[in-house]
Design a protein around this ligand. Structure first.
Ligand SMILES: [Zn+2]
Length: 318
């Protein structure tokens, strides 16, 4: 039994370039088949994405990181302790009230898309919706798979009166905060986290296939091949993130009007967010967001439908 193995090793070691190329080609064809057979259609934008992570698995991972994050934040979790009153209580309540309205809107939205014949697995009624506020300078917010939402107080001034300080007056008008939360929830409803992970794994598998075929190249050639592959993967993943941002904007806008928040606040808010990048460094979650012009154009295109839906459900906009 040992002989053929040695023989195989010898052939591989002395390998012809054609053999190496064969390995790469077979590996990449295998990946292409895997990619094509694991496509998931997003009912909201019609786009197809590669996803190999189940809703249950993604939610489980979402919960794990949420628990970890809350534990790390410790005393910064607003109303996380036993005493909770005053402004803390008001902030916590405002975020939870918006969250509840968006949750109800998400369930209704999925129900309506299913009724209209779109094929997808609804998740909003199964998510373990949880809304927390984190006292932090960071202008950040997210919704992890499974419906685990965090709003950092650093974002409240941006969604509030923009006077440079975070206080209770920032939640006097909550429409802009609802824009941000709707967008983040949009990411979770469209399984963007799972899709990003799936694509990251695909890139890793692809580089394994390429590495297996690199044996006969010189060290510098190998490095160049790996760099080229890395840049292509990076470019692909960035474009992928931007398309997810646009999807989350669209889903967020629909949730907003279904929950009777003023949709006209959305473009101004993202403009304000875009300006954040001017003086200070943009937060990480913004860096892959679409250019503000594209974003403004999108909202302009979507707005007539959004306003019509608002007025149908919630009465005339003033
Ligand atoms: Zn986003």
């Amino acid at each position: 039994m040992r002989q053929p193995v040695r023989g195989f090793r010898r052939r591989r070691g002395g390998g012809l370039p054609g053999g190496r190329l064969g390995i790469i080609v077979i590996g990449l064809i295998g990946l292409a088949v895997y990619y094509v057979s694991n496509q998931e259609t997003n009912p909201y934008s019609g786009s197809k994405d590669f996803n190999t992570i189940s809703i249950e698995k993604a939610s489980q991972l979402g919960q794990q990181s949420y628990v970890q994050m809350l534990a790390q934040e410790g005393g910064n979790v607003v109303c996380g302790g036993s005493v909770c009153g005053g402004e803390d209580r008001q902030l916590y309540t405002a975020v939870n009230e918006i969250g509840e309205r968006l949750r109800v809107a998400a369930i209704a939205m999925e129900r309506d898309y299913l009724a209209a014949g779109y094929k997808f697995t609804p998740v909003a009624s199964k998510f373990d919706w949880t809304f927390n506020v984190i006292a932090s300078q960071q202008p950040n917010a997210f919704c992890l798979p499974g419906g685990y939402v965090a709003v950092y107080t650093g974002i409240l001034d941006v969604t509030g009166n923009g006077d440079g300080r975070v206080d209770i007056s920032d939640i006097a008008d909550v429409d802009k905060l609802a824009v941000v939360m709707g967008h983040e929830i949009g990411h979770a409803l469209a399984h963007h986290g799972a899709k990003r992970m799936s694509n990251g794994q695909l890139v890793q598998l692809g580089s394994v296939a390429v590495s297996l075929g690199l044996g006969d190249m010189s060290a510098s050639q190998q490095m160049m091949a790996r760099q080229a592959m890395g840049m292509a993967a990076q470019g692909g993943l960035m474009a992928f993130s931007r398309s997810h941002e646009t999807e989350a904007d669209k889903i967020g806008l629909e949730l907003l009007v279904r929950a009777c928040y003023d949709p006209r606040e959305a473009p101004q808010l993202w403009e304000r967010m875009g300006r954040l990048g001017g003086g200070q460094r943009p937060p990480e979650w913004m860096s892959t967001h679409p250019a503000s012009q594209t974003r403004a154009d999108n909202f302009r295109a979507w707005m007539p439908d959004a306003i019509a839906m608002y007025e149908q459900n919630c009465g005339a906009l003033r």
